[in-house]
Design a binder for this molecule. Sequence first.
Ligand code: ZN
Length: 273
Amino acid sequence: MAKTIITAALTGAATPKEKNPALPVTPKEIAEDAVRAWRAGAAIVHLHMRDEHCRGTMDAARFKETVERIRDSCDVIINLTSSGELGASDQRRMEHIIALRPEMATFDAASLNVLPDGIFDNTVGFLTKLAATMKDCGVKPEVEVFDLGSMAALARFLETGMLEAPVHVQFVLGMFAGAPATPENLMYLKQALPQEATWSALGVGAAHLPILYTAVALGGHVRVGLEDNLYFAKGQLATNESLVTRAAQIIRAFNNEPATPAQARALLGLKPR
Ligand code: ZN
């Protein structure tokens, strides 16, 4: 039976807690939600940190506390962000990766305009340092692709050897300046993947469901969670656990199985733990 990896993106860096009180903010809350997501079928948790005002922060101490709490409780694969604090230096975006050596971390293949007036800033200079750091620390990049432009950048990074095949790609669809989250766009992007790549997809907001179903149907893996979407259904707020539980149900209804962390490690070429 085919195995489908569920990644739970628990909190992100942007959404205020007022919009959904279930959003985990402190290291303890984030770690507790990680364990709930793992119990519900997630093999990977993707983590951001929030400061005491709920703003995105790259604070390495918060990452450390959260990662230690999760590692004490379960064997879920930990995927740390390399972004999520406005204006953070290149070094600050990598400190926690160097200190904690997670199994995976995000590598955003391009920069994007973000609302209301910002830039999600991923220069080639930063990405070169990030790729080298991940290689040194034994961290597998999750390459976030937003559209065909970032896919073209990924192809170049593989050509130059900055990244090594087989890569794992996360299609992040529905960003303000990225490809809209439609099944058609996902199908087109999927056929343009580098050979041997593994891949997963998410849709932002209400589009999380069509992207989830399309990713499962196309043989990909899936990401769900409050970073990407706050609602379970129209007018009904979600929790991380409810979103992972539903993703696992959809995967089973398709006659696949949610991958365990051990199975996900094998699929992604990570060392067994
Ligand atoms: Zn993220």
